[in-house]
Each structure stands twice: as structure tokens, then as C-alpha cells.
Design a protein around this ligand. Structure first.
Ligand code: ADP
Ligand code: MG
Ligand code: MG
Length: 886
């Protein structure tokens, strides 16, 4: 018979798949002797069995649950529903991957009209008993019976007002008793039934609800966002209750063993005295920093810090821990690997190596390359004065500017229109997820550093400020005020999540730099990785930035960007519009020294590392004015100034634009097809490269230009272009008397090139896989049309798992890359191969490139550090896989 239910002393942390993350860690902590309230876990398989049985708890699951409950009762010496000494439990969901706040926990289950009296007598604290009962009714009704919490909160608020109370602690036992009665009435009214009094019914209804919550809207959204498979299911933890709300020697809190924002190795957390469970995370009362616990409950604090140290040592990673103090006694209710910012991830990884807790390889695997984008982001320029509006808690670092919005839907709508927004809320809940995704940053007036907003924002790498109590938010009026200043919907704010500062208006930002720890980690990455990392850089400035970030060469220099410069474009247009070859040569002669200058700058920045330069790629009409606009101009001039030279000029231009107009520019006259028909353009470019190389060589610098012919589909194209370049090279070398080390290769970006790579490699020294175009041509999608029109729907409907322009499609496009490398190396074993599409900066694609045997990846300068790390991870993971098969 399959085992569906495990007591906490029957599991361990290796059983995540079965027990879920929370259950596995509760078992592990029980195993190592930490003070964990006892309980049991119903497995994820039970959840799947529940769905297979048509959303019914199978009898075997029920049987095992009851058996485990009996063991729990024995152990606690209390029975669920016992009118003299009742056992109370929590029912907590726990999926394999932590899904913060996605599924609700029910506390105090087992409370009913009888047991509440027993609790009141036993604790000699009726106030506590009725307060616990009303919490249970509210939570249970919300999660299980689907009665909106609004009705309960509304009643409570009215009562507070009526009695003139400012906060809940002022309510007396009698008040809570009255609340309980009213709550039961609310349940009766909305469900047409009595609140369930039988604790076993309560338990199974709750278990049902946890299973159901696996498929609630916000859980589904969270899974989609985080690419968590839908079939995993959730486990259910049933655990005996401990109480943080029995008085002032009680409390509940959350702490990280290190600062999750900066990585600093100090305990970081918050707690509330005389409070239960969700009070801290819900952000209803602003909690106290953990350090004050040392003064208030020194013994508990000492024991807690010791437990934190023990847990960190045990798991070898920073932990996020939930605890409760009941009458001076500490209980640990949860531990998990703490979510952290990129800055903290790096700091903690490096520190833990230095502390001897982990080795360098583990440290490298601890930092998610995707997260590094956060650090490679801009921040507020210190030179500019900050006129402070107010300050809150610095809950997630980074700076952001945007328009203020007050709800998640608005955030999403405006952001879809391309606007940058900052979401301002009293607090956030899981229902606001889509708004947080859409916003640049989140600001809340309530809640602490561990509130929902803070946790979610840090996970997403967004700036966040919490507990900014000076903000008086008027959701209805779509505005907030700070003192006399009023900020309305749509006004612009700048926030600094690292300091908690909020400023009105926009403040200039500056470019990022790498911290010492970051550099150190990257140096370790460089020792591990086998694959080269280059950058795509079109000008000397980008090349310098790339070099600073550790690029070992330029993998793609797109020469057309040099043509787009406002001073050059008229010359380029003259070249295109030339009526005869003399005119065209004159324009090209003017362009040559300009390109040469750019190449010299790039060679200089790369200090002798290879530079791959692609000859002109886009169709010529991209350099000419827009056809529609020209038609309007011409029509206007025909009416107003029919004989003007202006009109004549524009008409001529329009004629040329019409000549060059294409039905399908992506598949039109571009790439090497330009060089085939207008060889003089490629000749000019080749010469500019050789002259630049010669000049640098003259200065004593070793330069290695790699001249790349784009969009080759047939070996004969490359043969011709190779010859053209070689002739230019010979001429320049003869003329200058300087020998230049150069190679000639091609981009592989149409399927035919990959399929005939053996032939093409005979004419090529290197291949560079242009996976942007290769994705377009393999799928037959034009990227702009696809992303604008149908790709989103494809991903939502799971036709495609990912946007293939962001994450390399390994099955299709990847197969062409593999084929290309294999065929190419067959006829040319020396062939160098790399990738220069955007995929070169995406971690999964980078791993694929490594496995495929590419020599290097090339990506945008800002992604170079990420690529260095991802390339190291690819090596480490592959070695691990090899070891584990022995
Ligand atoms: P989440 O996954 O949202 O963090 P949890 O299951 O951890 O939900 O529970 C939410 C809150 O309830 C936590 O603060 C936790 O400390 C508290 N809690 C859960 N079980 C118990 C229990 N048995 N006794 C006391 N507090 C509990
Ligand atoms: Mg928790
Ligand atoms: Mg291309």
C-alpha cells in the first residue's frame, strides 16, 4: 500500500518531492532535535490522487491521515475536539518549490463552541481563547468556505469604532465573544449553513481546500511566472499549534540568518509581541527589528541565534526562519533557503567560501545568472540633489522612476502602453502579483521588510520600499499625501530601494560598476569555464565597457550602426542614390576614413583580443527616409511649390525608395547579397578594416580582425566574398608593407547554411551562429510581427514553452546549430565556432552552446558578467553529471 502520510519524525530534507519544501524541512528540523511542534505531512502524491479521484480525498488517504492524527494526539496527550483538553492544529500547504503567500494557512483548527471554553479555562485566559476562535472562523471561512474576509473585517472595524478602540489589543474577552457570535452569523448568512463544529470535519474540509488551492488563480499565475510545472501538487502539513498571542511573554517572528538585501552576515528579521502567525507577514502591524528581542527576551534571543547558526551550518546556506515564542519558550515553525537580491547572493556566496562553509564551485552555482541583471542596472546619480518627499524601509534595492498608480490592474494597463509605473499601495497581497510584475517598483505604507511586497519584489529584483507610514494613501481619490504635499495618479516619482528614499520627479541615473566581491566571483568563474565570452559591440565605447566587464573579444561588430550616425547618413544616402559608379565611389571614399576610425577605436579598446566585424547586412532602404512620409511631402510640394528644386529632389528620392522597396525585407536584398551586387561597398569596408589594422600594427599593437560575411546560404556566395576580401587585404598589405593577421568567416543564420556547413566550412575560418535570424528563418517568423501579434498567445496556450527569441529553441534551431558545428568541423577541423545572437546572454542557451562544443558566446556588454558565470556553471554542471554516472 502506498504511503501517503508521514509523521514529522519519518521524513527528511531529501524528501521534498514527497513532502513539499515546508514538510521536508519540518521533518529535517525534527530529526536534528530542534523545537518543532509535532505533526504530520500528507504527501504531494495524495494531492495528485485527490485530483485523480475527481477532487475527492481517497479513502486510503483518509485512513492514513486518521492514523497519523491518532499518533499526534498520543504524543501531545490531547485529542482533537476534546471538550476538556483539546488539541489544536494548523493546516499548512507546502509545495515542492516555495510559493510565498500563494496558499493560505489555517491556524487554531479544532476550535468550536465547546473547545473554546476548555481553552479559556485551561489557559485561564478567555480573551486569548475567543480571539483564537474568531481568527480561526475568519481564516477557515475565507479559505475553505469562500466567505469574503471583507465581511469579517467590516464588522470588526465597526465594533472598534463603536467602542472607541484604536487597536485590537484593546478588545476584551467579552468583545471577542461578541465577535465570535457575529462571525458565526456572517457564515450562516453567506453559506446558509452553520459554521462546522466537528473538528474532524474541519480537518478534512481544510485538507480539501489546500488541495484545491493548488489550482487557484494566483497559484497558477505564480507557477507560470516561475516556470513551476503544474503536475507537482502540494503537500499538506498538519501541525500542533503553539501560541504567540497568549500575552507579552509571547510573540511571533521571521528572520533571515543573513541580510537578504545586502548579504551582510548579521541576523535580519522582525517580530511582534503577543501576535499570531500571519500578523508579521501580513503587514497589519509594523513589527520590531529582531535586535530588540535581545533586550525583551534575552534567553529566547540567545537560543534563537544559536538555532539560526545551527540551521545555516546544517543546510550550508542562508535560511529564512519562522518562529513563535509561547510563554517564553521558543518554537521553530519553518526554515527554507532564503530568497535574496543579487548583491546578497554574491556577498553570501563569497563570504561562505571564506568561512569554509562551501567550496568555490558551490558558490558559483549559488548565484543565478538571471539575477545579475539587477546589479548591472542603473542607479541614482549621487551628484544630483535628492529632494526627499519621505522615507520608508529599504526593502529591496535598486532605483526606479515612474508614474504613480494605485492598483495592480492600472499598473498592468499603463505598463502595457509602454509607461513606467510605480505601484503605491497600503500593502500588497498575492492578488496584486500582476501589478508588481508590471511595475518598476513597489511602495507600501504598511508592513515590514518581510511583508508580501518586500519578499515578492526582492524575488523579482525590483526596487521596493515598505512601511512608509508617512504616506497617507487615498485609494479612492487616486492620490497620496505626505504632510502638505499631494501626489496624484500619474505623477512621476523616483525611489531608491537601497535607502528607502522617495523623491518626487525624475532624477538622473548612472551606469553600474562591479563590486569587489562580484569581481572575485567572476574571477572564480573564469577559472572554471572552458568557453570564451565575447561581446557584441558596434562602437569603441561599447567595446570599452565590454572589456571592463571581462569580454575576451568582440563577437559581433555590426557595421551598419556606424552608418546611422546623423553626420554620416547623408553621405550613405548619396552613395545609395548615386546615378553612376563615379558618384558612388566618391561617397564611399568619404565613408572609408570614418569607418576606419571606428575600427581603430574598437581594436584599441580590445587590446589585441579578436574582433569579429560583420560587413554590411541590412537592406539599403533602411538608410533612406520613410516612403509614406516622402509621399506626403511630395504631394504637399506639388500643391504648394510645383516647380521647386526641393520637389525635384524629393521626387528623385521617392523614385529610388520605390525601386528599393521590398515585399519582404527580412528575406530580401540584404546580407552578402548586397556584397554580391554592390561589391564596392564591401570593398570599402574591407579596406577600412585592413587600414585600421595596419595602423594599429604600426603602433605595435597586435590586432586580429575576423571579417564576417553575413547571411550566406550557399558556399559560392562565400567563395566570391572571400576572394573579394582577400584581394583587398593583399592590396592594403602591399601598399602599407604591414602584414595583418586576419581570418574570414561567415554567419550561419539561414537553415541552408547549417545544412551545407561542410561545404561552407571549406571556405570559412570561423562560423558565428546568428541565432536571431536563424530563429526567424527556422520558424519562418518575422520577429517583429511574431512578438507583436501571436507569440504571446502561443506561450499562454503552451504551444511554445518560451519565446524562442529570448531562449534558444534547442529542439529546432539548436539542432541546426549542432548540425552546423558537426558538419563544419568534418571538413575543417580547425573551424572556430561561436554564437552572436541575443541568446549568447541567456543562461540556458549558454549551457546549450557549451554542450554543443562552441568555442565562445557573444552577448551585449552588460550581459558579459552573466555569461561568464553561466559558462562556468555549464562546466561545473557537466562535470557533476559525469561524476554522478560513475
Ligand atoms: P506561508 O507558507 O504562507 O509562510 P505558513 O504555513 O508558514 O504559511 O503559516 C503562516 C503563519 O502561520 C506563519 O507565520 C507560521 O509561523 C504560522 N503557523 C503555522 N503553523 C503554526 C503552528 N502550528 N503554530 C503556530 N503558528 C503557526
Ligand atoms: Mg511560512
Ligand atoms: Mg542576421
Amino acid at each position: 500500500m502506498q504511503k501517503y502520510v508521514y509523521l514529522f519524525n519519518e521524513g527528511n530534507s531529501g524528501m521534498r518531492d514527497v513532502l513539499g519544501g515546508k514538510g521536508a524541512n519540518l521533518a529535517e528540523m525534527t530529526k536534528i532535535g530542534l523545537p518543532v511542534p509535532f505533526g504530520f505531512t500528507i504527501s504531494t502524491q495524495a494531492c495528485n490522487a485527490y485530483y485523480q479521484a475527481g477532487k475527492k480525498i481517497p479513502s486510503e488517504v483518509e485512513k492514513q491521515t486518521l492514523a497519523s492524527l491518532a499518533r499526534l494526539e498520543e504524543r501531545m496527550g490531547k485529542k482533537l475536539g476534546d471538550p476538556k483538553d483539546p488539541l489544536l492544529v494548523s493546516v499548512r500547504s507546502g509545495a515542492v518549490f516555495s510559493m510565498p503567500g500563494m496558499m493560505d494557512t489555517i491556524l487554531n483548527l479544532g476550535m468550536n463552541d465547546e473547545t473554546v471554553e476548555a481553552v479559556a479555562t485551561l489557559t485561564n485566559n478567555p480573551r486569548f481563547a475567543y480571539d483564537s476562535y474568531r481568527r480561526f472562523i475568519q481564516m477557515f471561512s475565507d479559505v475553505v468556505l469562500q466567505v469574503d474576509v471583507f465581511y469579517f473585517e467590516q464588522f470588526l472595524e465597526e465594533l472598534r469604532e463603536e467602542k472607541g478602540y484604536a487597536a485590537d489589543p484593546e478588545l476584551t474577552a467579552e468583545d471577542w465573544q461578541q465577535v465570535v457570535a457575529a462571525y458565526k452569523e456572517i457564515v450562516r448568512k453567506h453559506t446558509k449553513k452553520e459554521f462546522p463544529q466537528n473538528p474532524k470535519d474541519q480537518l478534512f474540509l481544510a485538507i480539501n481546500a489546500v488541495f484545491d488551492s493548488w489550482n487557484n488563480q494566483r497559484a497558477i499565475v505564480y507557477r507560470r511566472l516561475n516556470k513551476i510545472p503544474d503536475h507537482l501538487g502540494t503537500a499538506v502539513n498538519v501541525q500542533s499549534m503553539v501560541f504567540g498571542n497568549m500575552g507579552n511573554d509571547c510573540g511571533t517572528g521571521v528572520a533571515f540568518t543573513r541580510n537578504p538585501s545586502t548579504g551582510e552576515a548579521v541576523l535580519y528579521g522582525e517580530y511582534l509581541v503577543n501576535a499570531q502567525g500571519e500578523d508579521v507577514v501580513a503587514g497589519i502591524r509594523t513589527p520590531q527589528p529582531i535586535a530588540t528581542l535581545e533586550d525583551e527576551m534575552p534567553e529566547v534571543y540567545r537560543q534563537f541565534t544559536e538555532t539560526c547558526r545551527q540551521l545555516e551550518q546544517h543546510y550550508n546556506d542562508m535560511q529564512d526562519i519562522e518562529f513563535t515564542v509561547e510563554r517564553g519558550k521558543l518554537f521553530i515553525l519553518q526554515t527554507r533557503t532564503g530568497k535574496r537580491t543579487a548583491q546578497a547572493a554574491i556577498q553570501i556566496a563569497v563570504d561562505m567560501v571564506e568561512e569554509g562553509i562551501i567550496d568555490k564551485k558551490t558558490a558559483l552555482l549559488r548565484v543565478d545568472p538571471d539575477q545579475l541583471n539587477q546589479l548591472l542596472h542603473r542607479r541614482i546619480d549621487e551628484k544630483h540633489e535628492r529632494v526627499l518627499l519621505t522615507k520608508g524601509l529599504p526593502a529591496s534595492p535598486g532605483a526606479a522612476t515612474g508614474q504613480v498608480v494605485f492598483d495592480a490592474d492600472e499598473a498592468e494597463q499603463l505598463s502595457n502602453k509602454g509607461k513606467k509605473v510605480i505601484l503605491v499601495r497600503p500593502e500588497t497581497t498575492p492578488d496584486d502579483i500582476h501589478g508588481i510584475v508590471a511595475a518598476q517598483a513597489v511602495v507600501t505604507s504598511r508592513g515590514g521588510m518581510t511583508s508580501h511586497a518586500a519578499v515578492v519584489a526582492r524575488g523579482m529584483g525590483k526596487a521596493c520600499i515598505c512601511g512608509c507610514e508617512a504616506l497617507k494613501i487615498d485609494l479612492h481619490g487616486k492620490k497620496f499625501s505626505v504632510g502638505d504635499t499631494v501626489i496624484h495618479y500619474g505623477d512621476v516619482l523616483t525611489i531608491d530601494g537601497s535607502t528607502g528614499e522617495i523623491m518626487s520627479g525624475e532624477i538622473p541615473m548612472i551606469e553600474p560598476e562591479l563590486s569587489d566581491e562580484f569581481q572575485l566571483l567572476l574571477a572564480w568563474a573564469d577559472q572554471e569555464r572552458k568557453m570564451g565570452v565575447r561581446a557584441n559591440a558596434d562602437n569603441p565605447e561599447d567595446a570599452r565597457k565590454a572589456f571592463e566587464f571581462g569580454a575576451e573579444g568582440v563577437g559581433l561588430c555590426r557595421t551598419e550602426h556606424m552608418f546611422m550616425d546623423s553626420k554620416r547618413i547623408p553621405i550613405v544616402q548619396k552613395m545609395i542614390l548615386a546615378e553612376d559608379s563615379e558618384e558612388r565611389m566618391a561617397a564611399l571614399d568619404q565613408l572609408l576614413p570614418m569607418q576606419q576610425g571606428d575600427f581603430e577605436g574598437i581594436f584599441e579598446a580590445m587590446k589585441g583580443h579578436p574582433v569579429t566585424i560583420r560587413l554590411l547586412d541590412p537592406p539599403l532602404h533602411e538608410f533612406l527616409p520613410d516612403k509614406e512620409e516622402l509621399i506626403i511631402d511630395v504631394t504637399r510640394l506639388q500643391l504648394t511649390e510645383p516647380d521647386s528644386p526641393e520637389l525635384h529632389k524629393k521626387e528623385q528620392l521617392l523614385r529610388k525608395v520605390r525601386q528599393l522597396d521590398e515585399f519582404n525585407p527580412m528575406l530580401g536584398h540584404r546580407g552578402c547579397r548586397l556584397g554580391m551586387i554592390h561589391p564596392e561597398i564591401y570593398e570599402m569596408q574591407a579596406k577600412a578594416i585592413f587600414y585600421a589594422a595596419a595602423k594599429m600594427a604600426e603602433k605595435g599593437m597586435n590586432v586580429n580582425p575576423e571579417i564576417m560575411i553575413p547571411l550566406v546560404g550557399h558556399v559560392n556566395e562565400l567563395k566570391k566574398m572571400r576572394q573579394l576580401v582577400t584581394v583587398c587585404g593583399k592590396r592594403v598589405q602591399d601598399e602599407t608593407g604591414i602584414e595583418i593577421n586576419y581570418t574570414i568567416g561567415t554567419m550561419i543564420e539561414v537553415p541552408r547554411a547549417a545544412l551545407t556547413a561542410d561545404q561552407i566550412a571549406e571556405e570559412a575560418d570561423f562560423f558565428s551562429f546568428g541565432t536571431n535570424d536563424l530563429t526567424q528563418t527556422t520558424f519562418g517568423y518575422s520577429r517583429d510581427d511574431a512578438e507583436g501579434k501571436f507569440l504571446q498567445a502561443y506561450i499562454e496556450q503552451k504551444v511554445l514553452q518560451e519565446n524562442p527569441f529570448a531562449v534558444l529553441d534547442q529542439e529546432g534551431v539548436g539542432k541546426l546549430v549542432e548540425t552546423g558545428v558537426q558538419l563544419g568541423r568534418k571538413t575543417n577541423p580547425q573551424l572556430k565556432a561561436g554564437i552572436c545572437g541575443e541568446h549568447g546572454g541567456e543562461k540556458n542557451s549558454i549551457e546549450f552552446c557549451y554542450k554543443t562544443g562552441l568555442d565562445y558566446v557573444s552577448c551585449s556588454p552588460y550581459r558579459v558578467p552573466l555569461a561568464r558565470l553561466a559558462a562556468a556553471q555549464a562546466t561545473i554542471k557537466q562535470n557533476k553529471a559525469v561524476y554522478s554516472t560513475f
